[in-house]
Design a protein around this ligand. Structure first.
Ligand SMILES: Cc1ncc(C[n+]2csc(CCOP(=O)(O)OP(=O)(O)O)c2C)c(N)n1
Ligand SMILES: [Mg+2]
Length: 353
C-alpha cells in the first residue's frame, strides 16, 4: 500500500507542488487545491479506505470484548497520514502518539500484525504484549506508538538528530495532536531542532479536541503553524481533509528538512469522528457538528467523487476496491481472533527488568 502510494505520489510531484493548500475546503471544490492524477487518486483512495475499514472493524472487535485496554480510532483523519506518506521516500521515519493504527498501515505494516496486537495475540507486531499504543517496525521505519502525550516529539527530534549525525538524508515525520502541542518538551525539541537544523517535520494533527477539551479552551495560540515562530521554524496551516493539499504541503516541508534547512511545522486541520477513545461521554460537542463534518468534508468521499466524476470510474469498480479492502481487514480480524495468546513463559521476555 504505502509503496504504491509513494510511487503514485512521485509521479505527479511537479503538478501538486505548484499550488498552495486551502483551508476548510468543501469536498474538493476548492479552486486552489493541487490536482492529483488518476493513479494518485486511486492510490490515496485505496490507502485511506484501508484505514477506515480497519478502524471500523477495530471498533466492532472492541465492542465484542476482543480488544482490551485503550484504543483510539483514527476515523476522519485518514488524509493526513496518507498525504504525508505519499510525500516521503524510502528511509524516512514516522513516529506518533497513541492514535496510531493509521500511521502503521500507511507505513506498510501488515494489517494482520496490527490487529493481532490489538487483541493481544502472539502474531501481533509486539508479540501481543504492547497493545494498541505500542507497536514498532524498524523495517518499515515506524518508531511507535507512544501513550505519553508529547513524548514522541522529543523522540522524533532525536531520530532526526541521528539522521543528521549519520548524514543519511532521511527525514523524520513527527506527529502529535493539538493537545500535545501545549507540552513543554515540544518547545525544548523545537529549540534543538532549529539550532542544529535537524531534518524533522512536525505534523500537528489539529482535530479540534484533546479528549473532551476544545482547542479554544486550552490554547492561547490556536494557529499551530505559528508555534515555532520564535525559533525561526516555518509553518503552514493545511486543509487536512484534502489529501492533495496534505501531499503538496508535505512535499514542501520534507524538501525543506531534507535539504538542510531544518525543521518545518505543518498544522493539519482535521477532525476525529469517533470519541477520544472507546469510552467517551461525547458531551463536549454536538451530534450536528460531527454529522456536518462527515457529510461535507469527509476525506475519502472527496476522492471517491473525483474517481467517479473526473476519472469516470463506475460504481462497480469502486465496489470492487471496497471488497478487496474489506477482505484484507476481515482476514486480519480472523487471524487476530484465532491466533493464540503469548505463552506465559513470555511474560518476562522483551521487557526491561
Ligand atoms: C503526559 C500525559 N498527560 C496526559 C495524558 C492523558 N491524555 C491522553 S490523550 C490526551 C489528549 C491529547 O490530545 P491531542 O494531543 O489533541 O491528541 P488527540 O487525542 O486529539 O489525537 C490526554 C490529556 C497522557 N496520556 N499523557
Ligand atoms: Mg486533538
Amino acid at each position: 500500500m504505502a509503496v504504491a502510494a509513494r510511487k503514485a505520489g512521485r509521479a505527479g510531484a511537479g503538478a501538486a507542488n505548484k499550488t498552495t493548500p486551502s483551508k476548510g475546503s468543501k469536498n474538493g471544490a476548492t479552486p486552489n487545491s493541487p490536482q492529483f492524477d488518476k493513479n494518485q487518486d486511486l492510490s490515496a483512495y485505496n490507502d485511506m479506505l484501508l484505514i477506515r475499514r480497519f478502524e471500523e472493524k477495530s471498533g466492532q472487535m472492541y465492542g465484542m470484548g476482543l480488544i482490551g485496554g485503550f484504543c483510539h480510532l483514527y476515523i476522519g483523519q485518514e488524509a493526513v497520514v496518507i498525504g504525508m506518506q505519499m510525500a516521503t521516500r524510502e528511509g524516512d521515519q514516522v513516529i506518533t502518539g497513541y492514535r496510531d493504527h493509521g500511521h502503521m498501515l500507511a507505513c506498510g505494516m501488515d494489517a494482520k500484525g496490527v490487529m493481532a496486537e490489538l487483541t493481544g495475540r502472539r502474531g501481533g507486531l509486539s508479540k501481543g504484549k504492547g497493545g494498541s499504543m505500542h507497536m514498532f517496525s524498524k523495517e518499515k521505519h515506524f518508531y511507535g506508538g507512544h501513550g505519553i502525550v508529547g513524548a514522541q516529539v522529543s523522540l522524533g527530534t532525536g531520530i532526526a538528530f541521528a539522521n543528521h549525525y549519520r548524514e543519511n538524508g532521511n527525514v523524520c515525520l513527527t506527529y502529535f495532536g493539538d493537545g500535545a502541542a501545549n507540552q513543554g518538551q515540544v518547545y525544548e525539541s523545537f529549540n534543538m531542532a532549529a539550532l542544529w537544523k535537524l531534518p524533522v517535520v512536525y505534523v500537528i494533527e489539529n482535530n479540534r479536541y484533546a479528549m473532551g477539551t476544545a482547542v479554544t479552551r486550552a490554547s492561547a495560540q490556536t494557529d499551530f503553524s505559528k508555534r515555532g515562530l520564535s525559533f525561526g521554524i516555518p509553518g503552514e496551516q493545511v486543509d487536512g481533509m484534502d489529501v492533495r493539499a496534505v501531499y503538496a504541503a508535505g512535499q514542501r516541508a520534507i524538501e525543506h528538512a531534507r535539504t538542510g534547512k531544518g525543521p518545518y511545522i505543518l498544522e493539519m486541520q482535521t477532525y476525529r469522528y469517533r470519541g477520544h477513545s472507546m469510552s467517551d461521554p461525547a458531551k463536549y460537542r454536538t451530534k450536528d457538528e460531527v454529522t456536518r463534518m462527515r457529510e461535507e468534508y469527509d476525506p475519502i468521499e472527496q476522492v471517491r467523487r473525483r474517481l467517479l466524476e473526473s476519472w469516470k470510474l463506475s460504481e462497480d469498480e469502486l465496489k470492487a476496491i471496497d471488497s478487496k479492502v474489506r477482505e484484507i481487514v476481515n482476514e486480519a480480524a480472523e487471524f487476530a481472533t484465532h491466533d493464540p495468546e503469548p505463552d506465559p513463559s513470555e511474560l518476562y521476555t522483551d521487557i526491561l527488568l
